[in-house]
Design a protein around this ligand. Structure first.
Ligand code: NAD
Ligand code: UGA
Length: 445
């Protein structure tokens, strides 16, 4: 079905009172899109500062298209914000848990926010509620949520279901991914829960897969781990290409033409980052181990991924010999374009390696400088990429923002002390840059 047709179908009448707990990258999108689909939504966050901003229609994260949807939903009185879970739960039929599940030091998912929310929900139950995990969680978390609610709710209020409804949206494309998904996965224990979720998602035209809760939870971890595996696979192939004098981009095109493989998620580079792939691969390894299986394949996916960051730095060293006192411009610090999210960004690691070696690093990014400045000590931040590249001995392209492809590279060549580009995403036009007199290196070509 074409996008236009799909767009027409999204937006039929919804009829639910919904509460979304967690107003982060996922929660805000889920809350505002359900409101767009004509449900009445209360979005809850324990971060008072965040809720204060949201109440003033100020959006804490950069996500294309999101501010307009939020403003419209608030204006139509379909979306509101609060810090009180119990107030929101009491007014809702369906409760989505979308709080963070960050990695603990041992790699396992930290589920303390999920548990905390489950306890508060338990104390606020006053009629039948459907409690849905949206956060990405290890298999068997649904069982624990149910046990927790039973433990903390009063004897009178045991009328609830727990379900799993994993989210597959990508940052930067979150609105479209939510409204026009490839599939909707619903993990349920009862027909009642299945019926409610199917009804809720009726306006979205996508195949619905109904499973039990454990299976839905594994679908989420396995999806992210598989995509991460694809990326590490092509990065490993890239290393062989470099040794053999082949071009990984053509290899990706060639293998991707096989419909069984597919071209997507085969872009070699400095590896995957973000708050999801690294965390979810780690958590999937962790829960598998707990259940008695050593997921060595995913251990290697992780190793390959991390090695790509060092690999780019060693390629730069091959060219510059000594890093100390070199001026290095890094274009892109978000973990991918169209987001201000810098969590687990490969760019941050690369900048830290360079700083450790004594380089002077200037960083430019269209949206992520403020978040990056909280994490990076010692780098200089430049809004203007032309200032970042001034007198540079090397320009690293770390995030493929379209703004960077549109730069005036003749001007950049004049500004740099040595016109050397290390393209960590195989994003720029190599041949054009070489013709213009740059020394250009990419990944796997
Ligand atoms: P986030 O850190 O951006 O947002 C989480 C929010 O939850 C924060 O605003 C935090 O203040 C709030 N919170 C924490 N504890 C709370 C509590 N006790 N009560 C109320 N609010 C609380 O995280 P995110 O990126 O939105 O991810 C949320 C979950 O969704 C994670 O499990 C993640 O793996 C999953 N997920 C994320 C994405 C993505 O693209 N970011 C996509 C799919 C799934
Ligand atoms: C990813 C998944 O794509 C979503 O389906 C999922 O919902 C989400 O994680 C999640 O669970 O949170 P996201 O992290 O927003 O979404 O971004 P992606 O577009 O998947 O990119 C992840 C990382 O992989 C980025 O650093 C990107 O640069 C890298 N990547 C991606 C590559 O290195 N090569 C590729 O070919 C594709």
């Amino acid at each position: 079905m074409g996008k236009k047709m799909k767009r027409k179908n999204a937006g039929k009448k919804g009829r639910f009172n919904i509460c979304v707990i967690g107003a982060g990258y996922v929660g805000l999108v889920v809350a505002s899109c359900f409101a767009k689909l004509k449900n009445k939504v209360i979005c809850v966050d324990s971060n008072q500062e965040k809720v204060k901003l949201l109440k003033q229609s100020k959006i804490p994260n950069f996500e294309p298209g999101l501010p307009a949807i939020i403003r419209d939903a608030v204006k139509k009185k379909r979306l509101s914000f609060t810090t009180s879970i119990s107030e929101a739960v009491k007014k809702s039929d369906i409760i989505f848990i979308a709080v963070g599940t960050p990695p603990r030091k041992d790699g396992e998912a930290d589920l303390s926010a999920v548990e905390n929310v489950a306890r508060t929900i338990a104390q606020s139950l006053d009629s039948y509620k459907l409690i849905v995990e949206k956060s990405t969680v290890p298999v068997q978390t649904g069982i624990e949520i149910k046990k927790t609610i039973l433990r903390y709710t009063s004897k009178r209020n045991k009328d609830f279901d727990v379900a799993s409804n994993p989210e597959f949206l990508r940052e930067g494309k979150a609105i479209d991914d939510f409204l026009y998904p490839d599939r909707i996965v619903i993990g349920v224990e009862t027909k009642r829960a299945e019926k409610i979720l199917k009804k809720l998602y009726e306006p979205i035209k996508a195949p619905v897969l109904v499973t039990d809760i454990n299976t839905a939870e594994i679908i989420k971890h396995a999806s992210n781990s598989f995509l991460a595996t694809k990326i590490s696979f092509i990065n490993a192939v890239a290393r062989v290409c470099e040794e053999a004098g082949a071009d990984v981009r053509k290899v990706a095109e060639g293998i991707g033409m096989d419909a069984r493989i597919g071209r997507r998620f085969l872009d070699a580079g400095i590896g995957f980052g973000g708050s999801c792939f690294p965390k979810d691969v780690e958590a999937f390894i962790g829960i598998s181990k707990k259940l008695g299986y050593r997921f060595n394949l995913l251990e290697e996916v992780k190793n390959i991924n991390i090695s790509q960051r060092r690999h780019l730095v060693s390629k730069i060293k091959e060219e510059l010999w000594i890093i100390k006192d070199k001026n290095i411009a890094v274009l892109g610090v978000s973990f991918k374009p169209d987001t201000d999210d810098v969590r687990e960004s490969p760019s941050i690691d690369i900048i830290n390696y360079l700083l450790e070696e004594g380089a002077k690093v200037r960083v430019s990014d269209p949206k992520a400088l403020s978040k990056a400045s909280e994490l990076l000590k010692g780098a200089h931040f430049c809004k203007d990429p032309y200032i970042a590249v001034k007198n540079a001995d090397c320009l690293i392209l770390a995030t493929e923002w379209k703004e960077f492809a549109e730069l005036d590279f003749r001007r950049i060549k004049r500004l740099m002390r040595y016109p050397f580009i290390a393209d960590g995403r195989n994003f720029l036009d190599r041949d054009k840059l070489r013709r213009a007199g740059f020394k250009y290196i990419g990944i796997g070509r």
